[in-house]
Every structure is written in C-alpha cells, then in structure tokens.
Ligand binder design. Structure first.
Ligand SMILES: [Ca+2]
Ligand SMILES: [Ca+2]
Length: 470
C-alpha cells in the first residue's frame, strides 16, 4: 500500500497569508487596489497602495506604513515584499512605488511600541522582482510593519509618489524544530515556580517562547499544579510530569518534564548582630534577620524555660521580654524558623535585668560661674542641681549621689542625701564640692543607689547616671 500525503514545511509557510492589514492610509479601487490585496496570496499585478504625495522624502513624521497582523505571537525571521507588476513603469521604464528608505518593525502581543528589526536605506529599484529581507535573528512578533520614510519613483501617469506592493509575506526560515522546558526540575514543597520554555530552531539556536500561548498540565495535581501561564504551585513532596502543548506558527509542539517536589529540610541562617539591653524587669534584644527568603519567624527561647517563648515576625528585629526578675541572669536562644518549620541552631545572648530604670535623673551642672556647664574645671566649685523622679508606684528610701571619680575610676569625693521619695514624685537634690587642682581624667556622676547610707548601700544602681567630665 502506498500512502501519499502533503506536508507543509514549516520554513515555507507564509504566516501573513490572508491576515488583516492596517496602513497609514490606503486606496481602494475595485478589482485593482485595496489593503486586503497585500496578503491575498496573489504576488503579481496590483495590490496595496497609499495615497500619493508630491515629495517622496516623507520622513518619520509623514511616514507611509503598512502592517500585517499575524493575530498571535509567532517566531519569524524573514519578510518578502513583491512590487507591483501590472505593466506600469516610471519615466525610466522601472518599477514604480517600491520603497527606498524603510524599516521592518515588529510588535509582540501586549507591546505598545514597534521595534525595528531591519533597516534598509537606498534600496535599488526591484525591477519587478520579489525582495527578501532576513532578520539578524528570529524574533517573537504578532505584527509586522513596513515603515517607509522615503518613497520610490513615481509611475509615469500618476500625480505623485506612493507606497505600493503586490504582496507581503512573512516566514520563519529558521523555524522551531522542538520545544524544551528549561526551568528547574526541582522545587521545594510550598514554593511557587515559573515554568520557562525555549524553542530549539533548525540551526540549533534557541529562542524563549514563554510569550506564546500554551496549555500546561501536571500529571499529579496533588504534588503540584501549574497554570497555562506557567506558574507552578508545589503542594506536596513527590513527582509529577509537566506537559506543555503549544502552537507555534500554526504547528503543534509538545514536551514534558518530570518535576520533583522536595521537602525543604534546610533551616534559615542564624540572626546576626545580636545585642541585649537589660532594663527594670525586662530585657530588650535586637538582631539582624538572615537573608533567607523562606524565613517565617524568629523564636526567642529562655534557656531555663522560666519565660514563655516569644515569636517575632521577620523584619521586626527586636523584642522586649518583660516580667523578669531583677538581678537574675537570663540567657535567651534566638532561633530562626522557615515556612516548613526548619529551625536554626540559634544564637545565645545573656542579660541581667536591674532596677536601674526605677529612677530618672536630670541634672544641670554649674562649674565656678559657668551655668549649664559641660566640663569640669580645676579648683572650681562643682554644683549639681538634680531632678530625681521615682518612676515606680512605691515610696523608696534611696541615696541621691553626686560623686567625683579620678582617672582610675576611684570615688574621690562624694555628696549624698538619703531620702524617701514617694512613688511618682520628683525631688530636687542640690549638692557639690570644690574640684581638686588636678582633675585630669576626672568625672562627676549623679545617680541613685539603693539604700539608706553609703556604708550600708548594696550599690545597686536604680537610675541612669548623668556625667560631666574634664
Ligand atoms: Ca496580492
Ligand atoms: Ca529552608
């Protein structure tokens, strides 16, 4: 048995045939001229024609153009233009109205601007012969436009110059032979991926064909689903086959790829730049998050498990742990967790909350005759006017202290007042002393200590310390 059939070679398919035509302007003369005649398959005789202009140098602003809409994104690399061959000639007996300076421009679906793929200047008279224009490389395009800035010679009997063509054809000479999925074939559970597809051309080069419409399916949608635009949602660990079916230039192409959805067992990186600042019954921890994209939470765990675990969202990079016991050393482990629950080893940080935030000290210093002094002066009298506020609710018996320290940080002079300060109250404390003749490396501090007198004080600071130095 003999089977005969006709196969159209992809490289010989005229993609413009029968497709809609638009133009800067065109004339219609029944049976002779009209825009539709540019793609009607008749390569001889009359065809498409613009109106006439007196000056053939129309430039960009007056450009004459004609465009074929291929109606879907296609892979193209060649345009063939057929001049009119109806016997009319110019004054030299040559073909009239064939463009001289022009660009071949293309536009893909969704693009607002045409882009130039070939520029032709000073095109010689075609003398009735078809002219082939091959691009440097194949492109994806839906519309193909001939954009003319200089028109050809005028027909003897015509009033002016026109753009006239008997036919326009568009080809994919270096045509797609097959398609291939080029995106990763492994994706983590819970993640989203984007399928990427390339066409392999007759000369083994490749072109990305993501912008050409396609049907994409997943053989096991419990493992991963995929949309026709190629968005993969990896749902559960396992294997599925992704199949792409697409039409390029009217021919069917298909390819499949096994996609592995893997469980993510890698924890995010640990936090960095960790610091802890102790407060009254609290510790404030700061850090820098790791860069991991799947970072879900920061978990702060007390190593003694005496404090409830705290969870912090990425980007916050700070947490204040409250309700802590003053004087007790706490060690916290700062752990990073990803969206799959993988936890990092963690980073340890320690701090001891103190009551130092119970009182607030605001002091104005006077040194000699200098009010609002900012530095000590040898032999002068230092006077500190301190406003001391009890931030707590309880009345407290405390020491209000002005102390002078030498360069070895030894207390060399001190004035203090033992006082009960009511909860919420502010007291003014005025104290001072004459500074020694040598004050190198000295500093004076104003602060609050726990206790009734210097001898019995446990020296636990209850306030900030205000300082003035040499
Ligand atoms: Ca035609
Ligand atoms: Ca991970």
């Amino acid at each position: 048995m003999t089977v005969t059939g006709e196969f159209e070679a992809p490289s010989n398919k005229n993609l413009a045939l029968g497709k809609p035509v638009s133009a800067s302007d065109s004339i219609t003369v029944g049976g002779a001229w009209g825009a539709a005649l540019l793609t009607d398959g008749t390569r001889k005789g009359t065809g498409f024609s613009t109106n006439s202009v007196a000056n053939p140098n129309v430039g960009v602003s007056g450009a004459k153009w004609v465009s074929v809409n291929l109606q879907k994104n296609s892979v193209i690399d060649t345009v063939v233009l057929y001049p009119r061959t109806d016997g009319e000639v110019d004054s030299n007996g040559q073909t009239p109205s064939y463009p001289v300076d022009f660009e071949i421009q293309v536009r893909a679906d969704g693009e607002s601007q045409y882009r130039t793929v070939k520029q032709i200047t000073g095109e010689p008279n075609p003398q009735g012969m078809a002219q082939t224009y091959a691009f440097d490389a194949p492109v994806i395009a839906k519309e193909v436009r001939i954009f003319v800035t200089k028109l050809g010679t005028k027909e003897v009997s015509d009033n002016g110059h026109r753009l006239q063509l008997a036919e326009m054809e568009v080809y994919s000479r270096n045509y797609p032979v097959s398609i291939e999925i080029t995106s990763d074939n492994t994706i983590y559970e819970g993640e989203q991926g984007q399928l990427e597809i390339e066409a392999i051309l007759a000369d083994d080069s490749r072109i990305n064909v993501d912008s050409i419409s396609k049907t994409v399916t997943s053989s096991d949608t419990s493992v991963a689903t995929v949309t026709d635009s190629g968005v993969i949602n990896a749902l559960a660990a396992g294997t599925t086959t992704i199949t792409v079916d697409m039409q390029i230039n009217g021919f069917e192409y298909t390819c499949s790829q096994e996609l592995v959805v893997a469980k993510d067992t890698t924890a995010p990186g640990d936090v960095t730049n960790v610091a802890a600042e102790a407060g009254n019954g609290k510790v404030t921890i700061t850090w820098t998050d790791p860069e991991d994209k799947d970072l879900d939470k920061i978990k702060i765990v007390d190593e003694d498990t005496s404090v409830a675990t705290v969870y912090v969202e990425p980007g916050v990079e700070t947490a204040t742990i409250t309700g802590l016991t003053n004087g007790k050393n706490y060690t916290f482990r700062i752990i990073t967790i990803d969206t799959r629950g993988n936890e990092s080893e963690g980073v340890l940080v320690s701090a001891t909350p103190t009551e130092s935030g119970t009182f607030t000290v605001v002091t104005i210093f006077t040194v000699g005759k200098t009010a609002n002094a900012t530095k000590l002066e040898a032999g002068k009298v230092l006077d500190a006017s301190a406003n001391i506020t009890n931030n707590g609710a309880e009345n407290r018996q405390v020491l209000l202290i002005v102390a002078l320290y030498d360069s070895n940080n030894r207390m060399v002079n001190v004035s203090y007042l033992s006082k009960e300060v009511a909860g919420g109250a502010t007291v003014n404390f005025h104290a001072g002393f004459k500074l020694p003749s040598d004050i190198s490396g000295h500093k004076a501090r104003v602060f609050v200590w726990d206790g009734k007198d210097i001898e019995s004080s446990n020296m636990i600071p209850l306030s900030n310390a205000v300082e003035i130095a040499e």
